[in-house]
Design a protein around this ligand. Structure first.
Ligand SMILES: Cc1ncc(COP(=O)(O)O)c(C=O)c1O
Ligand SMILES: N[C@H](C=O)CCC(=O)O
Length: 423
């Protein structure tokens, strides 16, 4: 069995913990992907994980494929400036005007690491505030009370990070304005930056209050710290302008990734021109990378942005998420479960609980065991939900009406079977 071989060569048998699926005897093995479907050793599945949000047009989109093939014909790496990366960056800036200047890197992890370093370099201060359950990638500054795979596997604060580094990251409850004010008072003049997922997609889906986001902007400005929006999930997903457009708030720095690479590795950190001018070679904050602005990722990203600009992908993907969110509450209710569904644009997550989901604590109070059971049964019925309570489901432009109907019917069968299993 492939997993046995994989376990002998990869820790836990996988190359990222989120792929390990702790509730199943073995992870799924991918064989291909097209449109809304994953082809796996468990058969064809409608995909709602979509590479943890990296895919928004659907798998194997023809425009992206053509752009990548055309790039391959021109060679695939130069380590020189290209016209294409300038066009790509200009397009990003047009839609996200707070990003006056940017650097294109390879992953979201690199983007947030550099954004934090830059904020420290700019303010000449050392402490950052992050929020409980937010995930900003796997580097030392932010792997403290993190969401995503770190929460799924019970290691929200990673071993191996020096205590002296952990001490510089103050963790505050998400979507709690009073706790935030208190933390800012306590940190005082050492506060370099506040980094936040403006809509949290790594602890299920948590949509914060507008007042919380406004408070982050006002307080950071008042104390001379920088506000970093980590839009690696929400950027170009909740709309061309991301969560900052949704809330009408302009952060000092923004990180992007996932969608803007069209399924290829990418990250961007950018923001205020005066701050970005501190990045080497124009300033003393160092960032570098052999693969930065990789031509294949940029080609795929540019093709993706062009498609998104037509508006049609958002219409289809958002309608699909809305319909599924409504249907899940209905079918779950008919099967006898209390389920809350949160949805915004093409993101949704469901929780086995009553009441609301506004904080990480609310997520912790939902029944994770039932979620994982449902996940397993949904696979049996042809649907791949996101594989953890601490992740989020995504839809794409390939999730058309018929695919949505197929999904709802499959989920109805999964909920009914779940009820019969647990009595
Ligand atoms: C909000 C957020 N920030 C940062 C990251 C890190 O991105 P990457 O996996 O590309 O390193 C992720 C996803 O992993 C993310 O969801
Ligand atoms: N939730 C993560 C990204 O958004 C999942 C990606 C990973 O950890 O492999």
């Amino acid at each position: 069995m492939l997993f046995e071989r994989a376990k002998k060569i990869f820790p836990g048998g996988v190359n990222s913990p989120a792929r390990a699926l702790k509730h199943l005897p073995a992870p799924l093995v991918a064989q291909g992907a097209e449109g809304p479907y994953l082809y796996t050793d468990r058969g064809r599945l409608v995909d709602y994980c979509l590479a943890f949000g990296a895919v928004i047009l659907g798998h194997g989109h023809p425009r992206v494929r053509e752009a990548v093939e055309a790039q391959l014909r021109r060679g695939w790496i130069y380590a020189l400036l290209t016209e294409q990366e300038v066009e790509f960056a200009e397009r990003i800036r047009r839609h996200v005007p707070s990003v006056e200047k940017m650097r294109i890197v390879n992953t979201g992890t690199e983007a947030t690491m550099n954004a934090v370093r830059l904020a420290r370099g700019y303010t000449k201060r050392d402490v950052i505030i992050k929020f409980d359950g937010n995930f900003h990638g796997s580097h030392d500054y932010v792997l403290v009370k993190a969401g995503s795979g770190a929460a799924t596997w019970g290691v929200p604060t990673s071993a191996g990070i020096p205590q002296d580094v952990v001490k510089l990251t103050v963790v505050v409850p998400y979507n709690d304005v009073e706790a935030f004010y208190k933390a800012v008072r306590e940190v005082g003049e050492r506060l370099a930056a506040v980094i936040v997922e403006p809509i949290a997609g790594n602890y299920g889906l948590i949509i914060p209050d507008r007042d919380f986001i406004k408070a982050l902007r006002e307080e950071t400005e008042r104390v001379g710290a920088l506000l970093i929006f980590d839009e690696i999930i929400t950027g170009f997903r909740v709309g061309l302008g991301g969560a900052q457009e949704h809330f009408g708030v302009r952060p000092d720095l923004t990180t992007l990734g996932k969608v803007i690479g069209g399924g290829f590795p990418i990250g961007v950190f950018g923001g205020r021109g005066d701050v970005m001018d501190l990045v080497a070679p124009s300033g003393p904050v160092y960032n570098a990378g052999t693969f930065n602005a990789h031509p294949v990722s940029v080609a795929a990203g540019l093709a993706t942005l062009r498609e998104l600009e037509t508006g049609q992908p958002y219409k289809t993907a958002n309608e699909a998420a809305e319909k599924i969110a409504k249907a899940v509450e209905d079918v779950a209710g008919r099967a006898g479960f209390d389920v809350v569904v949160k949805q915004i644009a093409s993101m949704f997550q469901l929780y086995f609980k009553k009441g609301h989901v506004k904080t990480p604590q609310d997520v912790r109070e939902s029944n994770e065991r039932l979620y994982l059971k449902l996940h397993e049964l949904a696979i049996k019925h042809g649907v791949y939900l996101t594989p953890s309570q601490y992740e989020v489901n995504f839809t794409s432009a390939a999730h058309t009406g018929d695919v949505v109907e197929e999904t709802i019917a499959a989920l109805e069968r999964a909920f009914t079977e779940l009820k019969s299993q647990i009595g």
